[in-house]
Every structure is written in structure tokens, then in C-alpha cells.
Design a protein around this ligand. Sequence first.
Ligand code: 5AD
Ligand code: FES
Length: 357
Amino acid sequence: MTSLLDKAVAAPRALTHRELAELLSWPDVDALFAAAYEVKCREIGRVVSFRGLVEFANVCEKDCYYCGIRKGNGKVHRYCMDAEEIVREAEWAFKAGYGSLVLQSGELTGEKNAAFVEDVLRRIHAFGGDDFGVTISLGEQSEKTYRRWREAGAHRYLLRIETSNPGLYAKLHPADHSWERRRDCLRALRRCGYQVGSGVMAGLPGQTVDDLASDIEFFAAEDLDMIGMGPYIPHADTPLGKDASWTPELRKERLELGLRMIAATRLHLHDVNIAAATALQALDPEGREKGLLAGANVIMPNITETRYRADYQLYAGKPCLNEDSTLCRGCLERRIAAIGETILWNRRGDSPHWGRR
Ligand code: 5AD
Ligand code: FES
């Protein structure tokens, strides 16, 4: 009964909805991960790309029911780095050979924010040029703002759809958060010439295997270049997480579900970049390495100055809160060598799917 795995390995984007659901619940989980890893090695190589992640502000206009930095969480101490600090961290990542940078913050709109980000991007582009990949993850914005940031030097954009099921999306967000607007943002980003990344959370309350299969179909239908997915982890200071039970068994299940999503996505899409999200590591110290062995090829080491990290907790148990970025680098390098993979230093690590477009 391995024919479905063979079919998935042989040809990209060939699976039906039923087959995706079957893969997601594949009984022999090791065989599932091995098949996805085979596709990853063939399409990308036994290599990992790094993106230095800077979480430069936790001020947010959004109020997603699951997120620890939602605007309704009064317990969070809010911060925003200044431009010099952000550029300094970007420069550190560039010199350390990361090849790519991700700038992420809470969602802020308005001219002041757009101009601030534009200025930061121009300064980074001044030393990094187009050899240093710059990804931004700054939420829903107007097409005009997306274009402005693209022209200022950003190459890629991450905006998770969170779930491809609009009905489920409506249950996880206040009424003024719109699934359709979010999807339209992904399309606007494509028009602006970004490499476009999206993704979902796995294990949301009310989410089914069918929903997850539809998520992977959504990634294919929107022709995404990059996928970033992670397990949903309850946060006690949120409406969705405050009464959630969270046992060691649930953590284990949630980790496996996150890994299954990576594997099934690799087996369907083949040539996209897939990130092993930090949320995996929050559930298991080896979560990210397990993500690589289940088909992911990108890791986003947090390079945010440590004094800010505790204030950027989207979920409980965020790892590396006190780790210095220089230590993180050595520690990760060893972990990755231990599973037989090589880090692509000083390379942008673009999605092969993007290259073929
Ligand atoms: N658990 C896991 N991921 C979360 N995110 C937000 N809150 C949580 C949570 N409780 C993810 C969302 C968002 C990304 C920045 O973080 O998917 O898009
Ligand atoms: Fe929406 Fe943080 S408030 S993901």
C-alpha cells in the first residue's frame, strides 16, 4: 500500500483532495516523512537556507483570537525598534552570511508606517543589494504600499491565510477581519512582483483533515512560491487559548500534525520553499530538524535582540528567548550537520518554483 506515496513522489501537483487527506492521515508516518524528504532532496538538494528573522515591533492593529500580541491583549509590553536598530541587525545577518532577512512586525497601516518601512528597506538595500534576500511580513496593506516596499528593495512577502476555510476563518477572527481581503492581498503581492509566501496553522479548534487538504489545494491554486506553516499553540492571554487544555499528549499530536502538513505539502507541490516554523521548536527542541526531515528546506533563526524577544510571543513556550544570535548560529549549524544537511551560506535561496515561473 505504498502506491500513493510513489505517485506523489513521481509527479508534482497530481493529487486529488481525497488523496491529500489520505496522505495527511497516512498510518506509517515515517514512510510519509521519508517520501517527502526524498522529493525535497531531489528538488532542492540536501541543503538548508537561512533567513535571519527580526521581529522589529509588536504593536498590532489586528485582534486575531489566537494571537498573543493581538491588540486586545493588555498584558503585552509594546515596543518598536528604531530604524537604526533594525538596519544594524540586518547588517549583522548579512555579514554573518545568512543570505536572507525576514522583517516581521504586528500589522500597522498608515502613511507613517509605510514611510518608516520604506526607509528601512532602502537602507538595507544600500548595503545588501539584490544578493541579500529581503522578505517582509507586515500584514494586509494596500497594493500601493506593497508596490512601494517592493520598489524600496523587498523581494518576498509572507502573509499567512491562516486557514483556507472562510467559515473557520470567521470563527477565529473578529467580524472586521476578512478572509477575502487577505486572499486578495496575496494576489496583489503577486502583481507587484514579489515571491509570495503563505501558510496556515495546523490543529486549530474546529479544523478537520479535509480543511488541511483544502489548505494544500489553496497553496497550489494560488501558485505560491513559499509556504510557512506551523502547529497552533494556545496562548493563555487570548480568547481562543484561555481555556484550552494543553497536555503533553496534545503537544505531541500537534507537533506530528505540523510535520504531516509539511510532508503532504512537499509531496504535492514539490518545488516550493517550505519553512520549518519556530512553532515546531516550541513543541520539541528538535522540532525544526524534524521539520527538515519531513520536507522543509528553510529555517528562520531569530536574530532579534534578546531584550525584545519575550514581548513577541504569539504563542506559549517560544524558544530561544535568552539565546544570543551568535550562539544560535553555532548551535543550529551543529544540529543541521548532525542530520546530514548543509547550510547555504551567503545565498538568497530563492524558491525553485519562482525561478521556473
Ligand atoms: N500558535 C501558532 N501560530 C500562531 N500565530 C499567531 N498566533 C499563533 C498561535 N497561537 C501565527 C499566525 C501568524 C504568524 C505570524 O504567527 O499564523 O500569521
Ligand atoms: Fe493577527 Fe497577531 S493579531 S496574527
